[in-house]
Write a protein that binds this ligand. Structure first.
Ligand code: SAM
Length: 288
């Protein structure tokens, strides 16, 4: 803690501070230090943040900065930062500006030429990914899907071809409806992970296929309670339609040119691997 206290925390800076997503122990030493040092804490809900600060023995001036007053709050914060203050920005849980207010304030502070510094910490999305075992080095954070069925379906259709793991946040009263929407839009064999109540007493990380998802949620009413991150495996590689098209192109080229050249041209046209097309060309020529 001494090392942390000896770091330099410049004035006229907005500190974007991640707070726990459940377990009060999930706050960093730097976050506590900056909260203690700050002249004021801008927050989504003053009551929640007062309670949070109390747990760490801190009492601070709190400034309400929620989604309905973010612009006006930003102006006031810029003035205070210009006057040399250190302001901490927090949300109710996790990392500010991630499916939470904060981005407008950060934008305004940066536009005013003032310093913004992040204090990394808890994030429901990253925690869920880390415990999912889903393999793949890319993910797409989609946040909350639209509540209205039509818009939700359109959003899911747009995400369907994405090969990266899809990351959603969802409220418990919509979890069944959301699962149905996923099942209606995406392939039934995709892996899905329900990461529920992370860092809390009833934490659960369950993985199954999309086809099995509704039955799992319904098997125990408690499984539909609490806060959820839902992860969905990315699109399966090379849709069948693509393969059929590559095959068609290869067959036409094989009628006109030698095998090697046909494979090379087909690779150029389709963007698929030359070796795989060469192997397939051999099979076609051999009558396979
Ligand atoms: N800024 C936060 C973050 O960094 O994760 C997210 C805030 S967003 C308004 C709240 C949503 O995050 C919840 O509805 C839920 O989907 C997800 N979430 C927050 N805490 C969670 C937890 N402990 N377990 C699972 N999901 C959680």
């Amino acid at each position: 803690m001494q090392d942390v206290a000896h770091q330099v925390y410049p004035p006229s800076t907005l500190y974007v501070v991640a707070t726990p997503i459940g377990n009060a122990g999930d706050i960093t030493l730097r976050a506590v230090n900056v909260l203690a040092l700050a002249d004021a804490v801008a927050c989504e809900d003053t009551r929640n943040t007062a309670q949070l600060l109390q747990r760490y023995g801190l009492h601070k001036e709190l400034i309400a900065a929620h989604e309905h007053n973010e612009r006006e709050a930003a102006e006031k914060l810029v003035e205070r930062l210009r006057a040399g203050q250190r302001i901490a920005l927090v949300s109710d849980a996790g990392t500010p500006a991630v499916s939470d207010p904060g981005a407008r304030i950060v934008d305004a502070v940066r536009a005013a030429g003032l310093r913004v510094t992040p204090l990394p910490g808890a994030s429901a999305a990253v925690s869920a990914l880390s415990a999912s075992g889903l393999i793949g080095d890319r993910f797409l954070f989609a946040g909350f899907l639209p509540a209205k069925a039509k818009q939700r379906e359109a959003a899911l259709m747009a995400l369907k071809p994405v090969a990266a793991t899809l990351v959603f946040y969802e409220a418990p009263h919509r979890i069944l409806e959301m699962t149905d929407a996923l099942s209606a839009t995406l392939e039934a064999g995709r892996q899905v992970v329900f990461a529920r109540e992370l860092t809390k007493l009833f934490e659960e990380v369950h993985r199954c296929t999309l086809a099995e998802a509704r039955a799992w949620l319904e098997a125990d009413a408690n499984r539909q309670k609490g806060e959820f991150v839902v992860l969905v495996e990315g699109a399966p590689p090379a849709a069948e339609g693509d393969d059929a098209e590559a095959e068609r192109i290869l067959a036409i080229l094989l009628e006109e040119c030698p095998l090697k050249q046909a494979a090379a041209l087909a690779a150029k046209i389709t963007g698929k691997k030359k070796n795989a097309l060469y192997e397939r060309a051999l099979e076609i020529k051999g009558g396979g």
